[in-house]
Design a protein. Sequence first.
Length: 268
Amino acid sequence: MDLDSVTFLWMDALGDIEIRIEGSVGALELTPGLVDIDEIREILIQAAGLLFPTEKRSQRPLISYEIVEGSVRHKFRTVMQSVIGFGAVLSQISAQGQIDFLHERSAVAIETLQHLAVEKDYVVTISANESRLVVDRTTHYLRNAKLWVDAEFYLYGELTNAGGKTSPNIHLDTEEFGTLRISTHKDYLKETDRNLLYKKFGLRVTGKQNLQTFEMDRNSLTFVDLFDYDMEYSDAYLDGLMKKAAPAWESLPNADQWLEEIRGGTHD
């Protein structure tokens, strides 16, 4: 098979996804020339979350992009299998009228487009494989706040960035979730006498967790504690955590039963 045939087969295996935004800026109809670069960047970030919510950049297929006239049409091209799957997701969202069943990154992407539609009175149409989802001022594609509860997580990985002038944070590169941005206190970063960058740590953080899917809301994470990352199981560390938590459980007649009720029953 020659190179031209291989190229044809590869191109034939691709499909298109479009996010079309209709509206106006003042008295002018919306066009690509009136869209700020920050808005374009936000669309690009959310598109990756919509299409490949669980994959790291190194793991997902290539996504190509162009912006064209027709109000503003953000066009994405990637492997057809993913386009077909995403089209099915759009149909499910439209049929159910809610996004609580989506992966957290996908749900956040739809919420971001919903906020954009309300804030700027846009009509956003997402299309894939003949499926369409319209988001505007009249829709309410937002996650049910009652499904998200406060939770505590233990995360492990390499700390790749720390700082920020107005919103201090640290970036933890994890094997399970990719790079996580975790809000922290400026005083902690200022007073620590350790070189934290490019070393592996365990982090204790707080955030939101979905009661139905048990997913962690990656955008809600706040730093609590940092400890040296050790792959070896530590009885001493576990005992220390249990002693810290013990006072909060003393008033419960049956802590195990209460915990199972909070979780909604036993999950295999």
